[in-house]
Design a protein around this ligand. Structure first.
Ligand SMILES: [Zn+2]
Length: 61
Protein backbone atom coordinates (compact mmCIF):
# COMPACT_ATOMS: atom_id res chain seq x y z
CA UNK A 1 0.00 0.00 0.00
CA UNK A 2 1.44 3.42 -0.88
CA UNK A 3 1.81 6.17 1.72
CA UNK A 4 -1.03 8.36 0.40
CA UNK A 5 -3.59 5.58 0.44
CA UNK A 6 -2.46 4.43 3.86
CA UNK A 7 -2.80 7.96 5.24
CA UNK A 8 -6.29 8.32 3.77
CA UNK A 9 -7.32 4.94 5.15
CA UNK A 10 -6.10 6.04 8.57
CA UNK A 11 -8.18 9.21 8.43
CA UNK A 12 -11.25 7.36 7.25
CA UNK A 13 -10.62 4.84 10.03
CA UNK A 14 -10.90 7.70 12.51
CA UNK A 15 -14.22 8.72 10.96
CA UNK A 16 -15.42 5.13 11.12
CA UNK A 17 -14.55 5.12 14.81
CA UNK A 18 -16.62 8.27 15.32
CA UNK A 19 -13.70 10.71 15.62
CA UNK A 20 -14.87 13.17 13.01
CA UNK A 21 -13.04 16.39 12.27
CA UNK A 22 -15.86 18.91 12.37
CA UNK A 23 -15.72 22.35 10.88
CA UNK A 24 -18.28 25.13 11.25
CA UNK A 25 -19.98 26.46 8.17
CA UNK A 26 -22.33 29.42 8.19
CA UNK A 27 -25.37 29.31 5.96
CA UNK A 28 -25.84 32.00 3.31
CA UNK A 29 -29.27 32.94 4.73
CA UNK A 30 -27.75 33.44 8.16
CA UNK A 31 -24.98 35.71 6.84
CA UNK A 32 -27.40 37.87 4.82
CA UNK A 33 -29.82 38.16 7.75
CA UNK A 34 -26.94 39.09 10.05
CA UNK A 35 -25.89 41.95 7.74
CA UNK A 36 -29.40 43.25 6.93
CA UNK A 37 -30.74 42.95 10.47
CA UNK A 38 -27.57 43.80 12.37
CA UNK A 39 -27.22 43.28 15.31
CA UNK A 40 -30.42 41.22 15.86
CA UNK A 41 -29.61 39.16 12.75
CA UNK A 42 -26.56 37.72 14.46
CA UNK A 43 -28.93 35.36 16.26
CA UNK A 44 -29.96 33.99 12.85
CA UNK A 45 -26.31 33.60 11.87
CA UNK A 46 -25.52 31.48 14.89
CA UNK A 47 -28.66 29.39 14.54
CA UNK A 48 -27.92 28.73 10.86
CA UNK A 49 -24.47 27.28 11.55
CA UNK A 50 -23.78 23.81 10.22
CA UNK A 51 -21.15 21.44 11.51
CA UNK A 52 -19.69 19.02 9.01
CA UNK A 53 -16.78 16.62 9.02
CA UNK A 54 -14.02 17.86 6.69
CA UNK A 55 -13.02 14.30 5.80
CA UNK A 56 -16.22 12.40 5.10
CA UNK A 57 -18.78 15.26 5.07
CA UNK A 58 -21.05 13.77 7.70
CA UNK A 59 -23.30 16.22 9.55
CA UNK A 60 -22.90 16.70 13.29
CA UNK A 61 -25.90 15.64 15.34
ZN1 LIG B 1 -15.80 12.09 9.33
Amino acid sequence: MDAGKEYQAQLMGQCAAGNHDYTKKYGVCGIITAIVCFPCGLICLFSDVEKRCVRCGVKAA
